[in-house]
Write a protein that binds this ligand. Structure first.
Ligand code: KIV
Length: 273
């Protein structure tokens, strides 16, 4: 037993994920941004932990994912990596670190891999970033694609509504998914697109497709931890299933503590030296 859990746990690799798709075993993926949460998560049998740039929203309180920096993503990822023993750890490349040119993309990806110890990176986009994807892959860094609703492009989309409902956008998405697979991506996230389109892409690709708001016909699902735990309450898209109401639980606990301090009920005689 190591400090961070059983060292005997079978590690999830990109190869394992590929096997899961072949056998029809569903892949479970969730986000994490810090050591304490990641430690809990790794005991659950989760397959992929994503250090998502959603950290910009849920950890830093920004309105979009755009402001988070490479240094900040590296900080979050380094904390998560220390806690994970079994799952594959994927880190989002933040906005502005790969769209410019493939050389910059490569050095951003190398920083993430070198400084965090994570296993893979994720990038939003298809044909527009394919040169960067290829260059990063050529360095031996596994890349997860991300298509559909791409939060880093929110100012282009103008809204967080479901994507690819029109034929043209759906056609481009299918082409982009093929392109990413051909380039060598080990998996692709599809966010907030019609379930039929997601199932269609999933049946065409050999690599696993992970959905968020993309229905059940994909190879796996991903949710943002703070959303599914009910810590964040003002975000309720149809696809989000809340497994807990942690906002109320934490609120109640801190309220009780505050009252105990004010009423001189804490600490008691057994809680002092
Ligand atoms: O940043 C993130 O959390 C993500 C998931 C929603 C897929 O990209």
């Amino acid at each position: 037993m190591s400090m961070h859990g059983s060292s005997k746990a079978k590690k999830v690799t990109t190869h394992v994920l590929q096997e899961m798709k072949l056998h029809g075993d569903k892949i479970a993926m969730i986000t994490a941004y810090d050591y304490s949460m990641a430690r809990i998560i790794d005991t659950t049998g989760i397959d992929i932990v994503l250090v998502g740039d959603s950290a910009s929203n849920v950890m830093a309180g920004n309105e979009s994912t755009l402001p988070i920096t490479l240094d900040q993503m590296i900080y979050h990822a380094t904390s998560v990596v220390k806690a994970i023993n079994r799952a594959l750890i994927v880190v989002d490349m933040p906005f502005g670190t790969y769209q410019g040119n493939s050389r910059e993309a490569m050095s951003s990806a190398i920083r993430i891999m070198k400084e965090t110890g994570a296993h893979a990176i994720k990038m939003e986009g298809g044909s527009e970033i394919i040169e960067s994807v290829r260059r990063i892959l050529s360095a031996g860094i596994p890349v997860m694609g991300h298509l559909g609703l791409m939060p880093q492009s929110i100012h282009k989309f103008g809204t967080y509504v479901v994507r690819a409902t029109e034929e043209e956008e759906a056609g481009k998405l299918v082409e982009d998914a093929r392109l990413l697979e051909e380039a060598g991506c080990f998996a692709i996230v599809l966010e907030k697109i019609p379930a039929r389109l997601a199932a269609n892409v999933t049946s065409q690709l050999r690599v696993p497709v992970i959905g968020i708001g993309a229905g059940a016909g994909v190879d796996g699902q991903v949710l943002v931890l703070h959303d599914m735990l009910g810590i964040i309450q003002d975000f309720s898209p149809r696809f989000l299933r809340r497994y807990h109401n942690l906002f109320e639980e934490i609120k109640g606990a801190v309220q009780n503590y505050t009252e105990d301090v004010k009423n001189k009920n804490f600490p008691n005689e057994r809680e002092q030296y």
